[in-house]
Design a protein around this ligand. Structure first.
Ligand SMILES: *[C@@H]1O[C@H](CO)[C@@H](O)[C@H](O)[C@H]1NC(C)=O
Ligand SMILES: *[C@@H]1O[C@H](CO)[C@@H](O)[C@H](O)[C@H]1NC(C)=O
Ligand SMILES: *[C@@H]1O[C@H](CO)[C@@H](O)[C@H](O)[C@H]1NC(C)=O
Ligand SMILES: *[C@@H]1O[C@H](CO)[C@@H](O)[C@H](O)[C@H]1NC(C)=O
Ligand SMILES: *[C@@H]1O[C@H](CO)[C@@H](O)[C@H](O)[C@H]1NC(C)=O
Ligand SMILES: *[C@@H]1O[C@H](CO)[C@@H](O)[C@H](O)[C@H]1NC(C)=O
Length: 425
């Protein structure tokens, strides 16, 4: 703690000193009071306002007005205009680094186009992602598939290069023309042997949920790897990650039924392990309300799974889980054992989940991306002010945030975990 507080103090001091240095070199002699005051305000603004907001947990331990809902009200005691970095613990500054930036790089206020399944493809510097499935504002239902699209991060960086930090832009969103085997995509990871790996929720009784590969280049052909559990269709496969062992883990909550695009579920809401070499599938973890996002620690020994039962798919249940659980990954069976609570999100549900190379945990929640250290301490948030289903690293120090109607590109200091398989690392 001492080291981190010192870090914070040092950051403040260095910024202030560099302001003073600029002042002295440009002015030479003592200016009138008004100029001094103006200069002081500029420095203060650099230090505290802009896009960094420190919120000391002690400052809100006792309040006189309260939130009744974690879904309709944000926790923003400084009333800062999003997007900004909300900092609860000074060690968040190590994650942000000295030059952290947030830019909105795409928006469409009439379409839930930026939902989940972000896959960074290094070879082309692109991010693939899907629209929401089953909402009127995603134009998808039992009769209409949702959309998978891509953006170029290179294009975004190029457009941002000559603009003031924080400027909003629109990059080109290119819709993929996919085969009919890919229905209601919701999760994604990879690359897996240079392919995109998608978790698809399925549509109606005849187009089952799948785990499938998609070619990242035209003609975007696909290969279904799995579409049943010993003959029964899954409920609505939601998200997927590849463990370092090569096993593919996926979550299967029954969201498609309450959202009107899947038949009644015929399996518990649980998490499975698929061994693509043998084709064998086994349950890896059960006893969830709605298992949703999944991710592994950098050493592959711990799995993190979000349970989003507070959102039932047709209503909100504030007493249901909005919770991240941690599990030990068994070294030979790959069962997920020793479940324990890791974190409970203060706003909305923790939906998709990712880790950085230091083992910090990032999850898309009701107000933006929330970030916990490996001990489950909430360090801070990338507060975008809206539902944020998923986030992904686009290489070291770069995050792409999917926030339904908007996409953000964020530069921080943290390094990514390489999600591709196989890796040469
Ligand atoms: C929260 O609920 C209480 C009691 O029902 C009500 O008096 C209060 O106005 C509500 N607060 C907000 C912010 O809606
Ligand atoms: C931050 O940006 C400044 C100015 O571009 C650069 O000199 C410095 O190396 C950067 N610091 C980090 C940690 O990236
Ligand atoms: C981006 O496009 C949307 C339309 O989808 C528009 O409302 C918005 O103003 C555009 N933003 C910028 C920065 O051009
Ligand atoms: C926003 O999405 C709607 C629905 O798909 C589409 O018709 C419209 O062209 C999009 N707007 C922009 C600026 O891309
Ligand atoms: C796409 O088609 C090519 C050419 O037939 C094939 O080599 C490749 O494996 C296919 N990719 C997928 C994901 O099905
Ligand atoms: C992950 O590792 C693969 C194989 O070593 C490499 O090709 C790829 O560029 C890496 N991905 C990132 C995002 O660094």
């Amino acid at each position: 703690m001492i080291r981190l507080d010192q870090h914070l103090a040092t950051t403040y001091a260095l910024t202030f000193l560099s302001c003073c240095a600029v002042f002295h070199s440009t002015n030479g002699q003592l200016p009138p009071q008004a100029v001094v005051w103006r200069f002081y305000l500029d420095c203060l603004q650099t230090l505290t306002s802009s896009h960094l907001q420190f919120v000391d947990p002690k400052s809100f331990a006792v309040l006189s007005t309260f939130r009744n809902s974690s879904f309709t009200e944000f926790f923003n005691p400084t009333s800062t205009q999003p997007p900004f970095f909300q900092i609860f613990d000074s060690s968040f500054l190590d994650i942000l680094g000295a030059n952290a930036t947030i830019n909105q790089i795409s928006s469409n206020t009439s379409f839930l186009y930026a939902h989940e399944a972000p896959i960074y493809y290094p070879a082309t510097d692109e991010v693939f992602f899907c629209s929401h499935a089953g909402d009127p504002l995603s134009f998808s239902d039992v009769n209409h598939n949702n959309q998978v699209a891509k953006i170029s991060i290179k294009e975004a960086e190029g457009k941002l290069a000559n603009l003031p930090v924080g400027t909003a832009i629109n990059v080109t969103v290119t819709k993929l023309d996919l085969p009919d085997s890919i229905q209601m995509t919701n999760g994604g990871t990879g690359p897996y042997y240079s392919n995109l790996l998608f978790a698809n929720s399925g549509r109606g009784p005849l187009l089952p949920p799948t785990v499938a590969l998609v070619n990242p280049y035209p003609p975007y052909n696909a290969t279904v790897l799995l579409n049943n559990f010993y003959g029964r269709q899954y409920n609505s496969i939601n998200d997927v990650k590849i463990h370092a062992s090569g096993n593919i883990f996926f979550t299967d909550p029954a969201y498609g039924y309450p959202q009107g695009f899947r038949p009644p579920p015929v399996l518990p809401n649980q998490v499975y392990r698929f061994d693509p070499k043998t084709g064998a599938v086994r349950v890896a973890a059960t006893d969830f309300s709605r298992p949703n996002g999944i991710a592994f620690s950098p050493n592959g020994k711990t799995a993190y799974i979000t349970d989003t039962g507070a959102a039932t798919g047709s209503s909100i249940d504030l007493t249901g889980p909005a919770t991240i659980y941690a599990f030990d990954v068994h070294p030979t069976t790959y069962a997920l054992n020793n479940r324990r609570v890791f974190a409970y999100a203060d706003t909305g549900i923790p939906d998709g989940i990712q880790l950085d190379a230091d083992g910090n945990v990032y999850s898309g929640c009701g107000d933006g991306v929330q970030i916990w250290n490996s001990q489950g301490i909430l360090l801070g948030k990338i507060f975008v002010g809206g539902v944020t289903p998923q986030v992904a690293f686009a290489g070291d120090g770069r995050l792409v945030i999917l926030s339904e109607f908007r996409i953000f590109l964020v530069h921080i200091a943290s390094k990514s975990v390489n999600l591709s398989y196989p890796t040469n690392d």
